[in-house]
Design a protein around this ligand. Structure first.
Ligand code: NAD
Length: 254
C-alpha cells in the first residue's frame, strides 16, 4: 500500500529529538523523502542513519533557524537533492518560563529570534520552491500557549501567539498558489523541552498536575503531534488552510 506521503519531499526543523524526530521517523515510513535539520548535529546524524537503515531517503543538515543564509542553503539542498519541496515543518523552538519582570532583554530577543523570526524565515525560504512544485503545505508549530495565557513564560507566549496569526495571514496570501499554511498547538508533550523546564525535585508533581489539568489525564507523546502533522503535510488536508490544529488532551476545552 502506498504511504500517505508517497512522492512528497519535506524539510523539518528541530528534528534531532522530541516531536521533530517523531515526525521524521513517521513521515519516512509514510514514503516522504526528507531533509532533517537541527543545531544538534550528532543526534540528527544518528536519526538519519536509523531512517536510512529502514529504507527511508533522508539527508541531515545543520540549520540554525535564526540564520537567513543557512535557510537559503537548506532550501537549495532539498531542491537539488530531491527535485522539489512539498512541505515544511517549522518545529524548532525553545522554551522559557520567566515572567514579565524576570525576562532579560537578551533572552527575550533570543526567544523571538528562534520561535518567531525562525518561522518567518523558514516560510520565506521554501515558498519559491513550493511555487515551482505547484503548491505545498507549511506547518508552523505553535502551542496552547499561543491560544491561552498561563501567567508565566511571557516571551514564549508572545512568540507562539505570533506564530498563530502570522500563519493565518500567510495562508490567505498564498492560498491562490495552492500553498496551504496551518499551525499546530500542542498541549503538554513529554519531551526534553518539558523535562528540562521542571526542576528535578519537582518532577514528582508533574503526574498529579497533569491528572487534574488535562481532561484525558495524561501527558501527550511526540507521536500524538506527529500524526496531526502527517495529516497536514498530506493531501488529505487539501481543504485546510489558516487553521489551528489543537492537540492538547482537552486542556483548552475548559
Ligand atoms: P525539544 O526541546 O525536544 O525539541 C526542540 C528541538 O529544536 C531540539 O532538537 C533543538 O535542538 C531544536 N532547536 C532549538 N533551537 C534551535 C535553533 N536555533 N535552530 C534549529 N533547531 C533548534 O522540544 P519539543 O517538545 O519537541 O518541541 C518542538 C516544538 O513544539 C517547539 O516549537 C515547541 O515550542 C513546541 N511545543 C512543545 C510543547 C511541549 O510540551 N513539549 C508544547 C507546545 C509546543
Amino acid at each position: 500500500m502506498a504511504g500517505r506521503l508517497e512522492g512528497k519531499v519535506g524539510l523539518i526543523t528541530g528534528a534531532a529529538r522530541g516531536q521533530g524526530a517523531a515526525e521524521a521517523a513517521l513521515f519516512a515510513r509514510e514514503g516522504a523523502r526528507l531533509l532533517i535539520t537541527d543545531i544538534l548535529v550528532e543526534p540528527l546524524g544518528k536519526l538519519a542513519e536509523e531512517i536510512a537503515s529502514g529504507g527511508g531517503e533522508v539527508v541531515a543538515q545543520r540549520l540554525d533557524v535564526q540564520e537567513e543564509e543557512q535557510w537559503s542553503e537548506a532550501a537549495r539542498l532539498a531542491e537539488n537533492r530531491f527535485g522539489r519541496i512539498d512541505f515544511l515543518i517549522n518545529n524548532a523552538g525553545i522554551a522559557d518560563s520567566a515572567g514579565v519582570e524576570d525576562t532579560t532583554r537578551e533572552r527575550w530577543d533570543q526567544i523571538i529570534a528562534i520561535n518567531q523570526t525562525g518561522v518567518w524565515l523558514g516560510m520565506r525560504a521554501v515558498l519559491p520552491a513550493m511555487r515551482r512544485a505547484g503548491g505545498g503545505s507549511i506547518i508552523n508549530i505553535s502551542s496552547i500557549y499561543g491560544l491561552i495565557g498561563s501567567g508565566t513564560s511571557v516571551a514564549y507566549h508572545g512568540t507562539k501567539g505570533a506564530v498563530r496569526l502570522l500563519t493565518k495571514t500567510a495562508a490567505i496570501e498564498y492560498a491562490a498558489e495552492g500553498i496551504r499554511i496551518n499551525s499546530i498547538h500542542p498541549g503538554f508533550i513529554d519531551t526534553e523541552m518539558v523535562r528540562d523546564a521542571v526542576p528535578e525535585e519537582m518532577r514528582g508533581q508533574i503526574e498529579p498536575m497533569i491528572a487534574t489539568s488535562v481532561p484525558l489525564a495524561r501527558m501527550g507523546v511526540a507521536e500524538d503531534i506527529a500524526y496531526g502533522a502527517l495529516y497536514l503535510a498530506s493531501d488529505e488536508s487539501a481543504y485546510m488552510t489558516g487553521s489551528e490544529l489543537v492537540i492538547d488532551g482537552g486542556v483548552t476545552a475548559r
